[in-house]
Design a protein around this ligand. Structure first.
Ligand SMILES: C[S@@+](CC[C@H](N)C(=O)[O-])C[C@H]1O[C@@H](n2cnc3c(N)ncnc32)[C@H](O)[C@@H]1O
Length: 458
């Protein structure tokens, strides 16, 4: 379709279609195009594409648009394996994805951290490029035809769910559980939760897989209401089945009451780090790295940078179920983990016992308030490991970390745009940024993981 309303206004309006050339990729993965200097972020566009894009949001400084037609594809565009809103970079050759991620880490450190000569190492490629995810959250919805679907949110739409035929980031086993659960729910004539009206029953199906143990767990999330859930559990064919009921209005799988319908409540997984094979029980509420193979590589890199000799006292902040804590405990003097989610800390303690590790201690708490008491109780650490959520560290947490005066800080980050300013704050507080090692945990997606080492200036 020709660009009907591409008049040269400085600021386009919502719904307007623009013909654009994509120049680069932004943090977050959208293509960047310019129109008389005005920036348009185009979801689905990659550098070298000439596209028609429809404006979804228009602001004074920039607009957001989605690709509606490829006028001329970039020379190195590749055919996507299957439509998947969570895998927008599958149109880029893998080597290009890696180069782009490495460049984005450098860019963030320079622009947002002021590190002109940032010590970024070559990115560590993923071991598996497809079907690597050990956890997927699917959403129920209704297609235009009126039939029940179980898939992903249409990008930019909170109320529309597109079906998924083959989730190319999940294993065949996870795909099969999703298909069987959907088939059963369709046959029962069950309704999907309507994200506009709040009516309807079925919200999400969260499928988790222990990649080393072969165990698959499914968790159905519904609104208040009844269904023959033991029959659904049997039909889905997972090793364990949980049911969460919530009255919440927000699209989240974390609210509500969860009951175990069949099998174990926690999923079993194994990780091999620093030569030790560790077994983990992961409860439904707890965080676990979504790529098991690459979690081993990531934690191995963190351990490598921590340079443990067997004597160190380590603080593991944002420790989750204790994966890093327990791996480090096998090579350090003692480890102290802090984590906000009580269920995750229960898992961490149970995991320590199950692996016969007695030099790892865990506390439930907000890092912001727990670090000073921990410092008093445990004494000053030699190494602090930080693995925060995407938002990174607040200025206050940075100050608390500086108070520990640890010799080394190992910062595991899933967001270079927050790692960069945090690294700058730590450097301003007396540390040297020694190295940043990007690790590709998430092929086919724009997500970037890094491990950074900061050493105290003496
Ligand atoms: C990226 S995950 C890392 C977990 C763990 N290190 C791992 O590798 O599995 C971040 C963790 O921080 C926890 N968290 C978030 N905010 C927190 C806070 N203010 N204080 C303590 N923990 C927090 C989350 O519950 C989550 O478990």
């Amino acid at each position: 379709m020709p660009p009907s309303t591409d008049v040269r206004r400085p600021r386009p309006v919502r719904g307007e279609r623009l013909e654009l050339s994509i120049e680069s990729l932004a943090h977050g993965g959208s293509g960047v195009a310019r129109r008389d200097g005005y920036v348009v972020f185009v979801r689905g566009g990659v550098p070298g594409d000439r596209v028609i894009a429809e404006v979804a949001k228009s602001k004074r400084a920039y607009a957001e648009a989605r690709l509606v037609e490829l006028v001329e594809p970039a020379g190195d565009r590749v055919e996507p394996r299957a439509p998947h809103p969570g895998a927008p970079w599958q149109v880029l050759p893998y080597e290009r994805q890696l180069a782009e991620k490495e460049a984005q880490v450098r860019d963030a450190l320079s622009r947002l951290g002021g590190f002109e000569q940032s010590p970024v190492e070559p990115i560590v490629p993923a071991l598996e490029r497809w079907r690597y995810r050990n956890k997927v959250e699917y959403s129920f919805g209704i297609e235009d035809s009126g039939s029940l679907v179980l898939g992903f949110h249409r990008p930019g739409r909170f109320d529309r769910i597109d079906p998924v035929a083959d989730d190319v980031l999940a294993s065949e086993a996870v795909n099969a559980v999703r298909e069987r659960a959907l088939e059963w729910c369709r046959a029962e004539g069950l309704s999907a939760w309507d994200r506009r009206s709040g009516a309807g029953l079925l919200r999400n199906l969260v499928v988790r897989e222990g990649r080393r143990t072969g165990r698959v767990q499914a968790r159905l999330v519904t609104s208040a209401g009844e269904l023959r859930v033991p029959e659904l559990a049997a039909a889905a064919g997972a090793d364990s089945f949980l049911w969460t009921r919530t009255g919440g209005v927000a699209e989240t799988t974390r609210d509500g009451e969860t009951m175990t319908v069949s099998g174990e409540a926690a999923l079993e997984e194994e990780l091999q780090v620093l030569g030790a094979r560790l077994r983990f029980a992961v409860s439904a509420e707890a965080f676990f790295q979504t790529n098991t193979d690459m979690a081993e590589v990531l934690y191995g890199a963190a351990a490598d940078l921590a340079a443990l000799t067997g004597r160190e006292r380590v603080f593991d902040l944002f420790c989750g179920i204790g994966t890093i804590s327990l791996a480090f405990a096998t090579a350090a003097g003692e480890v102290w983990g802090v984590e906000l989610v009580p269920e995750a800390v229960d898992d961490a303690r149970r995991n320590a016992r199950a692996n016969s590790i007695d030099n790892a201690h865990f506390a439930v708490g907000d890092v912001r308030r727990s670090l000073r008491p921990l410092l008093e109780e445990a004494g000053p650490p030699d190494v602090v490991v930080i693995d925060p959520p995407r938002a990174g560290l607040s200025a206050k947490v940075v100050r608390r970390v500086l108070e520990t005066a640890a010799r080394r800080i190992v910062y595991v980050s899933c967001n270079p745009t927050t790692l960069a300013p945090n690294a700058r704050q730590l450097v301003d507080g007396g540390y040297r940024l020694e190295t940043v090692r990007p690790v590709d945990m998430f092929p086919q997606t724009p997500h970037i993981e890094c491990v950074a080492l900061l050493e105290r200036e003496t």
